[in-house]
Design a protein around this ligand. Structure first.
Ligand code: NI
Length: 138
């Protein structure tokens, strides 16, 4: 059984690589490479997998899931300039792909128990673009 909780946060970022020239960065990332940065309203969907508990009928305490997302993602990232304020994005390009991997790393150990595990992190950068990530389990 899979259960998914959605959360939203807003953050700004610059997408450019120090390993590429300014022209190459503009060619690859377009306006995303603008050094002033730009914002997104991210939508995060976190899916956990497990069997419903015979007593509670729930895979996981959903208040706990909400709180873990709040502490690990929303509190540190909402209304932040990712490249400047949120590690590791001072040295890792905060593309949606890298953001989803970092969110996985933050959530997986906190959502692991003998009954449940993190199944998938899905991150929408815009309404019509999302990435999905399944990483190593804690
Ligand atoms: Ni962007």
């Amino acid at each position: 059984m899979k259960v998914t909780r959605r959360a939203e946060f807003s953050a700004s970022h610059i997408c450019s690589s120090p390993q590429l020239s300014p022209d190459e960065n503009r060619a690859i990332y377009g306006e995303g490479a603008n050094p002033h940065g730009h914002g997104h309203n991210y939508v995060l969907e976190v899916t956990v997998e497990g069997e419903p508990d015979p007593v509670t009928g729930m895979v996981m305490d959903l208040k706990h899931l909400k709180q873990v997302i709040q502490e690990e993602v929303i509190d540190p990232m909402d209304h932040r300039f990712l490249n400047r304020e949120v590690a590791p994005f001072d040295r890792v390009i905060p593309t949606a792909e890298n953001l989803a991997m970092e969110i996985w790393r933050r959530l997986a150990p906190r959502l692991a128990s003998d009954k449940t595990r993190l199944d998938c992190v899905r991150l929408f950068e815009t309404e019509d673009l999302y990435v999905e990530y399944r990483g190593e389990l804690a």
